[in-house]
Design a protein around this ligand. Sequence first.
Ligand code: FAD
Length: 432
Amino acid sequence: MVARIARPVRIEGAVSDHTESRTKRDEVVVPLRRRRGRHGGSEALDAVVVGGGVIGLACGWRAARRGLRVRVLERDEPGAGASRVAAGMLAPVGEANWGEEALERLAVSSSRAWPRFATELAGEAELEVGYEPRGALHVALDRDEAGELRRRFELMDSLDLGVEWLRPRGCRELEPGLTPSCAAGVHAPGEAAVDPQALLPALVGALQNAGGELSVQAEVADPVLDGGRLAGVVTTDGREHRAEHVVLAAGAWAGTAAWLPPGARPPVRPVKGQIVTLRGVPEQPICTRIVVSERVYVVPRADGRVVVGATVEERGFDLQVTAGGVLELLREAYRALPEVAELELVDARAGLRPGTPDNAPLVGPGELDGLVLATGHYRNGVLMAPITAEAVAAYLAREQPPPDMEAAHPGRFAGEGAPRLAPAPVTQEAPR
Ligand code: FAD
């Protein structure tokens, strides 16, 4: 079936628990020889990827680019999960958190990979990617917030994130649309954003142009087990997809994948996020950088759209857009940038982030032989797509993943009961 990208669906619809403040480049491709098939006379796949979000598509593309035979299976349409809802910030500075230094290094490493990833993606897909290196301004809107922002700034600075502390005047010089009550700011010129509406079609195009396959409306329902090894999956239409490896990229649904034995399901839970899209005049943007306050972020796009996000809610698989959620986002955006009130309200939707117990993704070998995890990216799946895809392609090619990826190794949960995940490998396997 030919893959299509859906038009954005409006979701109609608990007051948010709180809003999220996101106060929070290189590889040589060595094509591998395609192996001949061994299963039922047809050519075997090197990998079947379950889930066609930004992570599954990026993994599929980078694997196909290495010459691996890969098929991405998506039960709905590409990006139907969290990926098409995301604001698309590539903003590791705002993610800096005490005790999460290894995760921060991973985020920074992936953000540095983004410019080249975007260029190669655009080239392979022959499509715009929507990558915009705008920079970000983190703002405090009163004295209390300024105190907290100063503490965060010291952490950012200690991590060498290339940030600058600004007084109110400096903030308003950068962003004249800011409220006069802006009390302080942190300028992070290296931050960027990408538009998922452009990114997702580009990933589909690049995957297919690199020789990978995408099947949509293809829901994985059962495993193919060969002895104790996962040797592929079966979709609800009864079709068997045999492969050397199965990559689990099912986002927030990875932890409840009923087709996997319970002990092989990773510790991933859904974390709801609501987000609003507004529209203004492209020539008179309300801000030119990403503006991040303690409670919301505002992401301007080149075509005049302005994205305001996002709530963070522990509500299981609930996807309702609520009056309370939208109210909170708009109120907080208005506090920072009063001209928000003049913009057209275009869209409000909710998505499910794949959360993990320590907020770091799970990328690497799963509990079951043959299973590779590429999930749990929580608030940063778009940001971490390049490094995740590189790591997964390396695992599939039996090569060593990028060193920063150690923070995402599923083996860190080994010994904590279910899921019992294999510890990090100590030896490098031979490349093929
Ligand atoms: P998903 O995009 O959810 O894709 C998983 C796919 O698997 C789905 O399409 C689903 O249909 C499919 N699937 C599930 N089960 C099966 C099955 N059995 N068979 C076949 N297919 C299956 N990240 C950033 O980096 N920057 C941001 O600014 C940002 N903003 C965000 C704002 C909001 C409001 C939200 C909700 C998230 C945001 N994120 C952001 C997080 C980001 O969206 C996620 O981390 C990322 O999209 C996860 O991608 P994924 O491919 O793992 O999951």
